[in-house]
Structures are given as C-alpha cells and as structure tokens.
Design a protein around this ligand. Sequence first.
Ligand SMILES: *[C@@H]1O[C@H](CO)[C@@H](O)[C@H](O)[C@H]1NC(C)=O
Ligand SMILES: *[C@@H]1O[C@H](CO)[C@@H](O)[C@H](O)[C@H]1NC(C)=O
Ligand SMILES: *[C@@H]1O[C@H](CO)[C@@H](O)[C@H](O)[C@H]1NC(C)=O
Ligand SMILES: *[C@@H]1O[C@H](CO)[C@@H](O)[C@H](O)[C@H]1NC(C)=O
Ligand SMILES: *[C@@H]1O[C@H](CO)[C@@H](O)[C@H](O)[C@H]1NC(C)=O
Length: 633
Amino acid sequence: MRGSAHMLYVFIGLAVILLVVDRSQGDPRSQIISLTCQRQLENNDTTFIPNFVESVEKIVTQIRTSHGGTAVTDGTYVLAECFGDLSTDDCYACNTKARANLPTCFPNKGAQIFLDGCFMRTQDYNFFQEYRGSNDTAICGNITSSRVFEDSVRETISDVVRVAPKKKHYFARDAILSDTANESVYVLADCWDTLNESSCTECLNSAFESMVKCFPWSEGRALHTGCFIRYSNTEFLNPKPTRGKNVGKTVALVISVCVIAILLLASVIICYAWKRRSKLKREQGSDDTNLLELVKSSSLNFKYSTIEKATRYFSEANKLGQGGFGSVYKGVLQDGREVAVKRLFFNHRHRAADFYNEVNIISSVDHPNLVKLVGFSCLGPDSILIYEYLPNKSLDQFIFDAVKGKELNWEKRFDIIVGTAEGLVYLHENSKTRIIHRDIKAANILLDSGLHAKIADFGLARSYEEDKNHISTGIAGTLGYMAPEYIVHGQLTEKVDVYSFGVLILEMVTGKPNRTIYTSDDTRNLLSIVWEHFKNGSVEELFDPNLMLHNDADDNIKKDIQSVVHIGFLCTQEIPSLRPTMSMALQMLSNNIKPLPYPTNPPFIYQNDLQFKDFSAAYASVSTVSHSSFDPR
Ligand SMILES: *[C@@H]1O[C@H](CO)[C@@H](O)[C@H](O)[C@H]1NC(C)=O
Ligand SMILES: *[C@@H]1O[C@H](CO)[C@@H](O)[C@H](O)[C@H]1NC(C)=O
Ligand SMILES: *[C@@H]1O[C@H](CO)[C@@H](O)[C@H](O)[C@H]1NC(C)=O
Ligand SMILES: *[C@@H]1O[C@H](CO)[C@@H](O)[C@H](O)[C@H]1NC(C)=O
Ligand SMILES: *[C@@H]1O[C@H](CO)[C@@H](O)[C@H](O)[C@H]1NC(C)=O
C-alpha cells in the first residue's frame, strides 16, 4: 500500500511539474553572452536606481504587446528587445534575467547586456536611434567546420540580412538543413524596433562584416549597437508558432480537455492520498511531498485575476509607491479587506516551488512589529506578495518632512526605534528560520494607527539568494544604509541589519536622510557629519527641531537622545564583529548595559568611487582591538 501511495505522489509531482512548465513553452535562451558597463560613474545615486526601476516597470507592461520597449524616466533611458522567435512568456523570462543583471554595472552611467534571447541597455542620454559604436563586436565559437558549411552560412546570413529590415520587428530567421548531422545552418537576425529601415540595414551589414571573422567556426554571434545576428550548426531557434487556426484550435481543445481530466484525476488522487497520508507516518523532505505541499497550499495562494480585480488592474490611482523590489498597490479583496499588493520586479514562475517555500517562511513569521503577509501569487505574469494594509505611511514620510515630522516627538520616535529593534531581534533569533532583512531603512518602517513601528519587506531578499552576485541584489538594498562589508565583499550576516538600524537611529534623531553630500572639495554623508559632532560632544546641535525640546526642562531627554546616538554609532562601526547583536542593542536601549563602550569609527563612504576611507587600515587593526564585550559567543 505504501509503495503505491508513493507512486501516486510521483505521478502528481510530474503532473504539477508539467503544468508549471507548460506555461512557458520554448526556450527563453536567457544565458548571458556579454555585459558591458561604461566606465564613467554615476555621481548622483539618489536618482539612478528609482529611475531605472520605474523605466523597467514601464517596459514590462510593453513586453506583453510588443516584445520589448523603451522608456525614459527623468533622464534615464532604457531599451529592451527580445529576439523575434521568443514567445511572449519567454520574452518576459529573458527580460527578467536581463533587468536583474544590468544593475550589476551600477553605479555606472550606462550599461548593456546581450543574452541569447534578448537585449537590454540603459544610458543617461537618448541612444534609441544609435546603430553603430566602437564596441561592436563578434563572439565566435571554437569548433572548426568545413568549407561547405562556411559557404552555406555566408549565403544564409546574407539572405536574412537582406529581408530582416523589411519585416515586422526587423526580425528574420532561416535554416538550411543538411544530411550531415552537424552541418545544418541556423541563422537569426534582429534590429531594435527603434531604428528606421535604413539604419537597420546598415547595422546588419556591418554586423555581417564583423561576423565574417568567425568563419570557419561552427558558431558566431555579432553584438552590435543596434542589432544582433547569430548563426550556429545546432538548432537554437524556437519553433515557429503553429499556423492554421483550425488545427491550432483542435490541438488547444484536446490539450485543455486533457488538462482538465488530469486536474480532476489529480484532485481525486490528492484527496485520497492525503487521507491515506495522514494515517501514514510522516516522511521527510522528498521532492514529491514538497510539490504536494505546493498543491495543498491554497490558503495563501491567490489567483492572479483576483489580484487584478482587487487593484483595479494595477491602476495608477491605486499605486502606493515604488521600491527596489517593485511597485506597491492598494487593493480591496472581495470580502472588503484592504491589502497592500506588492508586484515584484522579479518573476518566479520558473522557480514556483522555491518562491512558495520562501513565502511560507515569511508567512509563519508573526510579531507585532512586523507587517503580516496575507498571501501570494507566483504563477501569473508577475510574482505578487500581499500584505496587510497600513493606512499611515512609512517613517521616511514623517521624519524627513518639516511639517509631518512634528507628529513624531522624541517619545514616539523612541518607541519606533525600540519597536524596530524588537522586530529585528525576532527576525534574527526566530527559532524556525533566521531571517536577515537586508533592506532596513525609513521607507521600510511602516506606522500603524497608533504610530507604532511595523517592519515591511522582511524575508523578501531571501528569495534572491540564488542570485549569487550581491551587487545585483544591491538594487534592493539602499546605498546609504548598506554595511560596507556587504557592498564591498558581499558578506551577509545579521550585522548588516544592525548597521542599517544604526543609520536609521541617526536619521531619526537628526531628521535628515543619510545621503551623500557633495561639496567642491569633499564628499560627506550624515554619518560622518554626526560623528564629528559626537566626538566633539556637540551632537545636540544636530537634533531635529521637530523633536520639540524645550530648553532647560528637557535636559534628561537630551541625555537620553545622546545615549541613543551613542548606540547608533556602536551599530554602525566599520568592523562588523564590533557591532552589537540586535538583542544587545535592544538591551542598551532599555538602559541595561552601562556604561556603553566607546564606538570605533563608522565607515565613510565615498560613493562616487565606492572607496572607504581607512577601510584597509580598519581591517588590519581588527585583531588588535578587543571585542570581547560585544561577542556573546
Ligand atoms: C566599450 O566597452 C568598454 C568596456 O568594455 C567601456 O568602458 C566603454 O565605455 C565602451 N564604449 C562605448 C562607446 O560604449
Ligand atoms: C541629485 O539629484 C537630486 C534629485 O534630482 C538633486 O536634488 C540633487 O541636487 C542632485 N545632486 C547632485 C550632486 O547632482
Ligand atoms: C534613419 O535614422 C538615422 C539615425 O537616426 C538618420 O540619420 C537617418 O536620416 C534616418 N533615415 C531615414 C530615411 O529616415
Ligand atoms: C571551446 O570553448 C569552451 C567554452 O569556453 C571550452 O570549454 C572548450 O574547451 C573549448 N574547446 C576548444 C577545442 O578550444
Ligand atoms: C562536423 O563533424 C566533422 C567530423 O567530426 C567535422 O570534420 C566537420 O568540420 C564538422 N562540421 C561542423 C560544421 O562542425
């Protein structure tokens, strides 16, 4: 009996895999061929990331209709293009990879990425009509082929280059099949839609010229400013969409009948299997049970269409804001519940099971200082997370605002600092899963009706762990809050959150964001300015006037604030091991640790070249500094 139950699981597992995979037929060809970063540096980091993200969002909506697109946001130009043989779903998948990797060039002014299925470029000027450049090049394979092959490649490419400029989306493909297995020729040529016919022709001609140097290799790709050509002796093109509407319809009908039948069968089997399963002893960790879990998960899973309705099709009017991970919309569910719907910048369809596991972890987290996850959706065109809705806005909209800042006096701010610390302690020391937030900042601290802190977006970064390049997830982290060891070495520990928390404290006391301030002879940030005053004992001069401290009566409060600043600097020390853990920081805030040790210096980041003053010196001195009082272990 046990064996047959297992067989059923395997069968259901396969059915689920088929259903999930079936959503994206074809191959998005999302392997990266080349990523080029321009050397010039972007000096103004405050605008680059949000502009880029906003442009990318505009393009994502164009992809559904036109296979690519362009967008301009406040001087940030972005162009995306999928090669013509990709289906819309595959285009989406390829573009997802492109837009996740392009920001690895940050903080450069421009970047372009060629994948095997798509292209993407961003600049700080209008480049949409450009079709040639000094970096135009070809990348060749390394397996030699025959003379016959070379001739048919030459012929095929010249055909394709001739017809592509006249075709829709400037895309043409061709194949010459040979009897000799490895001597067939497959060719693709594509210009960006923004070119006119004559510049497309010129681009393809020069791409053809640079491609000639790949002969007689069996594979070649021309990467040009306005176009792409590839030839190969192996089939890489996606099958053409089936022609003939009747045939298509019949096939579709047959498939849907089959799918429905499978679904019915599967649900019957699932019920049966679950009944049996509850009697059987639990066995751990096998893949098929995970997939069953996935099927079973209906309580958190929302249909994409439900979310579309709740947010009135993601209407601009419902948009609450935009962050590194995507946009947030207000939604009203059918039962009247108000929710915040987060449409993610990354799509998880290809890793639905992973995403599901992450969501489960996030949803199991329950603490008064953490925003509650209501549900998710990962099988639609966008990955979505649904949170409880908080009518008050985020902390940054209070403390950095001269008027609204008055609503938060010191007592309230201190309550928010402690609440944030408690939420972080819970995340870091949660017995089930340790969660590092990675993006603690004022914009991620929401305030409930009583103006208590609720941390948003926790756990989200975990789902990008797969993306090993830490800088690319840096689009999520926010430069002013990111710990130096994380930016430079990608080292991720809880101490990264402790650092951001320290920055947050200093912002709440001064009412100023930790942006980089450029002057003619120096580059400074809030941290370095407050640090100077802290050392001189004059930190009081920087207190936010909105704290409303009144002369003499408040001397005790001033002392309290000074010691909170002190804790802020303990949290932002350059060397991670010297920073307290969150639970120690919490104890310090509740006055349980006295006297506070004197902090070592915070890092001073020169963001235009990502250098750290004293950085190497600080690391060299690690061994000589005693940090026993800070390391609980
Ligand atoms: C060409 O590529 C190099 C890096 O490979 C980059 O520094 C340079 O800016 C690029 N030039 C143009 C015109 O894009
Ligand atoms: C950076 O951009 C912001 C917003 O556009 C602007 O206020 C600020 O002056 C800029 N800083 C520099 C150094 O250009
Ligand atoms: C095509 O575009 C190029 C580049 O923008 C321009 O120089 C050229 O005049 C255009 N040709 C036609 C026929 O519009
Ligand atoms: C061809 O290139 C691949 C990938 O770079 C490499 O693994 C392989 O060894 C090369 N083969 C030859 C014959 O050079
Ligand atoms: C196909 O294989 C044969 C034998 O290995 C080789 O001589 C020929 O160059 C190959 N052709 C191509 C196009 O790779």
